[in-house]
Design a protein around this ligand. Structure first.
Ligand SMILES: [Mg+2]
Length: 269
C-alpha cells in the first residue's frame, strides 16, 4: 500500500495559527502529535519567533496538552546562530544583538560573543525594549561593514487580541536607515527550513512544510523544495485563499480545513 509515509519522512510544522491560537490549542493538534510519535514520523515545530527559547516553546506547548520536548523545536534564533557560525567558520563570529532572551540564549549557546565592539554581524529579532539608542548603534555598525541579519520578517504579531509590531518592522527601520538589505533567516527564507531539515537528516523533497500562512509557511516550503500543506486553522480560509495566494506568489500542494482532515490524509492516502 502506498501511503504518504512512503513519499515523505518528515513534517515541519508551524505553531501560531497551526497548533494553537494564543494559549488555546487548535482542535486535533495534540492528537496529531501523538499520531506522529506513534507512527515514527520525523518532525520539528518550526517557528519564526526568536524571543522564546526552545525550552520555553516546549513548555508552552505542553501546558496546552501538546506533547513537545525542546529538541522538537526549531526557532529562527537557533537557525540564526547556526547560520552565522557556518558562514564565519572556522572562527566564532562576534555579534551586536537587538533581541530578547531566546535570541541571546541561542547565540550564547552557540559560543557566539555578543559585543558592540567591531562585530561581524548585527543580528536583529523582536525586541520589546527596542529604542533609538539601539537603532543608532545598529545602523552605525552596519554602515561600518557588519553584515545585517534579521531573524524573521514578520511585520505584525497577534498579541492580547490585537496586533503589535513584529521583528520585521524593526528590521524595516534598520534597513531604511542603513541602506543595507538584511539577510532574512525565518520563513519565507529557506534558511530556517534548511536548518530544520539538517537537524532531521532528511532532504527537502522528503519533507512537508505545514502551516496556516501562504506568505511565510507555504512560500518557505516552495523556496526550499519541500512539499507544502496549508491548513485553514489560522490566517487563511476558503474566502481569503485567493488573495493570500496572489500575495505569496505561490500555491500550496495540499489544503485541509482541519488538523483532523490532515491526519486522515496521512493515515489513508
Ligand atoms: Mg502560523
Amino acid at each position: 500500500m502506498t501511503t504518504m509515509h512512503n513519499k515523505y519522512k518528515a513534517l515541519l510544522i508551524d505553531l501560531d495559527g497551526t497548533m494553537y491560537h494564543g494559549d488555546s490549542p487548535i482542535k486535533g493538534a495534540s492528537q496529531l502529535i501523538t499520531y506522529l510519535q506513534e507512527h515514527k514520523w520525523l518532525y520539528r515545530f518550526v517557528t519564526n519567533n526568536s524571543s522564546a527559547t526552545s525550552e520555553q516553546v516546549a513548555d508552552r506547548l505542553n501546558a496546552m496538552g501538546i506533547f513537545a520536548k525542546a529538541e522538537h523545536i526549531c526557532t529562527s534564533a537557533q537557525a540564526t546562530a547556526h547560520y552565522i557560525t557556518e558562514q564565519h567558520s572556522p572562527n566564532p563570529p562576534k555579534v551586536f544583538m537587538i533581541g530578547e532572551h531566546g535570541l541571546r540564549t541561542a547565540l550564547v549557546d552557540a559560543g557566539i560573543e555578543i559585543t558592540d565592539e567591531n562585530p561581524d554581524y548585527v543580528v536583529q529579532g523582536i525586541d520589546k525594549s527596542f529604542n533609538y539608542e539601539k537603532a543608532t548603534k545598529a545602523i552605525t555598525l552596519i554602515r561600518a561593514g557588519a553584515t545585517s541579519i534579521m531573524t524573521n520578517p514578520d511585520l505584525l504579531l497577534p498579541a492580547n487580541g490585537g496586533l503589535i509590531p513584529g521583528a520585521g518592522s524593526i528590521g524595516a527601520m534598520l534597513q531604511a536607515s542603513s541602506g543595507k538589505q538584511p539577510i532574512v533567516i525565518g520563513k519565507p527564507s529557506s534558511i530556517l527550513v534548511q536548518f530544520a531539515l539538517s537537524q532531521l537528516g532528511v532532504e527537502a523533497h522528503e519533507a512537508l512544510v505545514v502551516g496556516d500562512n501562504m506568505s511565510t509557511d507555504i512560500a518557505a516550503g516552495v523556496n526550499s523544495g519541500c512539499g507544502t500543506v496549508l491548513l485553514y486553522t489560522g490566517l487563511t480560509n476558503a474566502n481569503n485563499k485567493s488573495y493570500y495566494t496572489e500575495q505569496a506568489g505561490c500555491d500550496a500542494e495540499y489544503i485541509f480545513e482541519t488538523i483532523q482532515d490532515f491526519q486522515q490524509f496521512l493515515t489513508n492516502e
